[in-house]
Design a protein around this ligand. Sequence first.
Ligand code: GL1
Length: 168
Amino acid sequence: DFEAAWRFGGAPFMRQTMSMVLATLELVYRESAVGRHLTDEEQLSRFLMKIRACIFDLDGVIVDTVPAHYIAWKSVADDLGIPFGEKENEQLKGVSRIKSMKKILALGNMTKSDAEIKELTKKKNKLYVEIISKMTPDDILPGVLDFLEEIEKINMPKAIGSASKNTP
Ligand code: GL1
């Protein structure tokens, strides 16, 4: 489906990526035998015409927030004396705040009460928010602005959807 196609395209998604996805996921885009004779670009146009709105994930799509999460988690882990490097951080990608904290504690064979865990995640998030608040347009992933400008031209409604607990 459409969502799967975006995910398959990965980030940053660009026209070329979509074109590649089109060619690969025939079943999504090719409605009929007639469609098979269309070029990738023509199929892409047809596909784009069907889209009514674009909802973008934020983390890893609009900007790469992994380094910011990493620095913030590392600071908490360092304070606890738990060895935590980029390899360990890999296990936290897409994992919720509380679960991430529990994973870090497990790395150090430590246990904490739920209240303490909550406090630690608050500390981590404070630092994380400080880091991302310093982000500039230079941090936008390649291709994103071009894509946004393109959909702006055709008045395509757009929004951001995120599983982050920081969402309003
Ligand atoms: C959580 C996860 C992150 C990421 C975001 C959603 O963070 O820990 O890895 O998946 O949600 O993009 P948080 O809720 O603390 O922003």
